[in-house]
Ligand binder design. Sequence first.
Ligand code: HEC
Ligand code: HEC
Ligand code: HEC
Ligand code: HEC
Ligand code: HEC
Length: 256
Amino acid sequence: MGSQVFKPNANSIAHMAIIGIAVGPLTIGLALAALSRSPANTKVNIAKNQPVPFSHQHHNWELGIDCRYCHTSVEKSSFAGIPSTETCMSCHSQIWTNSPLLEPVRQSYETNTPIKWNKVNKLPDFVYFNHSIHINRGLQCNICHGSMQDEHITMKGNSFQMAWCLQCHRAPERYLAWNKDLKKEYPGLTPRELVFKYYWKLQKEGKGNLSQSETQIANNTYNGEESPKDVEDGKAIIKELGIKPQQLADCTVCHR
Ligand code: HEC
Ligand code: HEC
Ligand code: HEC
Ligand code: HEC
Ligand code: HEC
């Protein structure tokens, strides 16, 4: 579990440090120094054992099932949600019914006990995160989660450390124009809808037909737009969406 790499009281130290903003920079400095010595909570690109070897590569890429079929609340709430056994059984009561790999799924269904999936991504309790706002701004899942469509066993795609979040929060204009070619192809779609259209395009046409940014997003090598033209387009999107970039790096955005 991600939280175990923190020392037992790391959550409370951090909380105090955040409150300490009012008290003085020294408190924060000390707490940060203490915490930075604890092992980093990264574990990027390490496959996590699961009770069932569920493959995104198989279900998303080969079968082309939309993320929202399983992660039903990702565009509406702070949590994406993990699918219930019923969602799996909507197909697996009819196909692959004898697969030994699916035995835990059948067991779960028959005994009415949820499958205990191991969490791959977990922020500490003192950090606030919200999926719906990021999806509604048109930020692609892979920008944060890595090459989901290629994964046989789910892995963490990025460190999710504070500095990683801030890299974007301090310059969101660099990350918002990745979809401009897709937008030309589908002018009627909102940024949110383009997030999912991206996978559809990837699945239907393969990696050969992607723009440079789209390719980097597929391969988890995307570090935001570099060219002045793309950054200008990102700034225009910020205006259009009413994002207030000067406030996005405030401590209270993520620590409340
Ligand atoms: C058929 C159902 C299904 C579909 C479709 C699906 N997922 Fe998943 N996803 C799961 C299940 C089950 C888990 C939990 C097991 C695991 O981590 O592999 C999961 C886990 C995840 C996790 C890690 C959750 C954690 O523990 O932190 C991410 C991120 C994720 N999915 C993203 C996506 C994205 C992006 C898409 C669309 C490209 C997608 N999923 C489509 C079923 C699905
Ligand atoms: C929309 C239909 C659909 C849904 C929903 C679905 N699957 Fe599948 N799944 C398939 C198909 C089709 C295959 C077989 C793919 C192949 O090998 O050609 C498969 C294969 C599998 C396999 C590999 C079986 C083997 O013996 O190789 C596992 C494990 C699996 N699914 C788990 C799950 C889990 C867990 C869920 C729910 C989170 C789920 N599936 C939801 C269609 C679905
Ligand atoms: C801006 C970065 C970002 C984007 C974009 C993003 N996620 Fe996440 N995701 C996270 C973070 C951070 C967590 C861990 C949240 C926590 O522990 O509170 C997470 C956790 C998850 C989880 C597991 C926990 C949960 O929320 O139920 C799933 C599943 C998931 N994401 C799916 C998706 C899908 C699907 C998309 C695209 C539609 C997506 N994410 C887009 C950052 C992101
Ligand atoms: C690739 C860019 C990007 C990354 C990475 C990113 N964010 Fe954001 N975040 C945004 C944008 C854009 C907004 C929307 C601002 C707006 O609409 O006003 C936002 C908004 C938010 C909000 C405000 C939500 C609200 O309800 O007001 C929170 C909280 C947040 N992000 C937390 C995080 C955390 C925590 C991480 C790291 C785990 C993270 N973000 C990573 C771009 C990003
Ligand atoms: C965009 C979101 C975001 C903003 C803005 C943000 N933080 Fe954080 N902060 C995080 C995340 C995510 C972590 C957890 C890092 C981890 O798990 O490694 C964190 C962790 C921390 C910690 C614990 C020590 C550490 O580095 O892990 C402290 C203290 C902290 N933040 C203080 C602040 C202060 C002070 C500000 C304002 C100057 C701030 N944060 C702004 C996301 C944010």
